[in-house]
Design a protein around this ligand. Structure first.
Ligand code: MRU
Length: 344
């Protein structure tokens, strides 16, 4: 059974709660935009494309619950909904892109009932388009994966993270579906263990051999020649190709360069942010220190320990071999390639 991370039920959204995986498969039905905002902050749904899709459904739900016939009052109230959703996770570009689309639809609507319907339709469309983008980029990216490859991947970029078939993990699954024999090294991805909990869960379901390693073991395996390529997703790609992704990605990219291992980024075009000249301008989400001092509520460090918790880092474009999107595989100079495919 394919994993359905997010499902629209007409007047509410059903999500698979990723904080409970892999121990339990628990589905939640959310009927209010505030529940959607909390689910994103608490990472019940996470991964940039999935956050964007859920954010769009959040706007639709917010709209459906506004009771007024006045277009002006409706738009004022909808503004509160969009602002709440926009402040949930600052790095994921897909969230900003999706909510911007929803705001444009709201502004162009004639009357309240028509706008409500148009917003629901738009959210469903965003979901379908993002899912299709992951299918296409997975097919394109699979061409880079040769028979016998061992692929190192970081965080979770599969069906759970995209509500489609995945980005980096989509490429890996597609290569397997095309008959290539492959193996995966999955980093555990501290602090929240998306690799250990979610990527291994998805790969096991797909019958793809996977070995779990701690984040700090990546250099050991690359230096031994055990890794044929690294493939990761992205949360935001600046116009020069600098890429924000899960904390630890930058270290993997530097190790890959040092060891002559190709380093691939896979992302839909909705992750590209051409308004930013470079990755220096990407806002990095800072999360609670308790995610570092604790693992699933078990304290690891002495009481009162100070901890830092940047959720993402930026990999400079020069470490990236190619960027795989649904509209093509982009090489340096990224600034030209990204501009050419964005919005086309
Ligand atoms: O903090 P998360 O779990 O939302 O971070 C997810 C990632 O960094 C993914 O690599 C990225 O969103 C791409 S998912 C297809």
């Amino acid at each position: 059974m394919p994993t359905k991370a997010i499902e629209w039920l007409g007047d509410r959204v059903k999500i698979l709660d990723q904080t409970r995986l892999p121990r339990e498969e628990v589905y939640l039905e959310l009927g209010h935009y505030q529940d959607i905002a909390s689910a994103i902050v608490e990472m019940k749904i996470r991964g940039a494309p999935a956050i964007g899709i859920l954010g769009a459904y959040g706007v639709a739900l917010g709209a459906l619950r506004i009771e007024t016939a006045s277009r002006g009052e409706f738009l004022d109230k909808l503004q509160v909904t969009t602002q709440t959703l926009l402040t949930t996770r600052p790095t994921a570009q897909n969230l900003f892109r999706a909510i911007d689309r929803m705001q444009q639809v709201a502004q162009t609507g004639r009357d309240v009932e028509q706008i409500k319907k148009a917003l629901v339709d738009e959210a469903v469309k965003i979901h379908a388009e993002e899912a299709e983008a992951t299918r296409r980029l997975s097919r394109l990216g699979a061409e880079l994966i040769r028979d016998g490859f061992t692929i190192l991947t970081h965080c979770n970029t599969g069906a759970l993270a995209t509500a489609g078939c995945g980005t980096a993990l989509g490429v890996i699954k597609q290569a397997k579906e095309q008959g290539r024999k492959i193996k995966v090294l999955a980093t555990e991805t501290r602090p929240l263990l998306q690799g250990a909990r979610l990527t291994v869960w998805e790969l096991k379901k797909a019958n793809i051999p996977v070995t779990l390693i701690t984040d700090s073991m990546a250099g050991y395996f690359m230096r031994r020649g055990d890794v044929d390529c690294v493939i990761v997703g992205a949360d935001r790609i600046a116009s020069n190709g600098d890429t924000a992704n899960k904390i630890g990605t930058y270290s993997l990219a530097v190790l890959a360069r040092e060891n002559d291992v190709p380093f691939y980024v896979a992302a839909p075009t909705t992750t590209i942010d051409l308004s930013l000249a470079s990755g220096d301008e990407i806002i990095i989400e800072q999360r609670s220190p308790s995610e570092v001092t604790h693992i699933q509520e078990v304290s690891l460090a002495p009481e009162g320990t100070q901890a830092a918790n940047p959720a993402f880092d930026v990999t400079p474009y020069r470490y990236i071999t190619v960027i795989i999107t649904e509209r093509g595989i982009i090489k340096e100079p990224y600034i030209d390639g990204l501009k050419a495919i964005h919005g086309s």
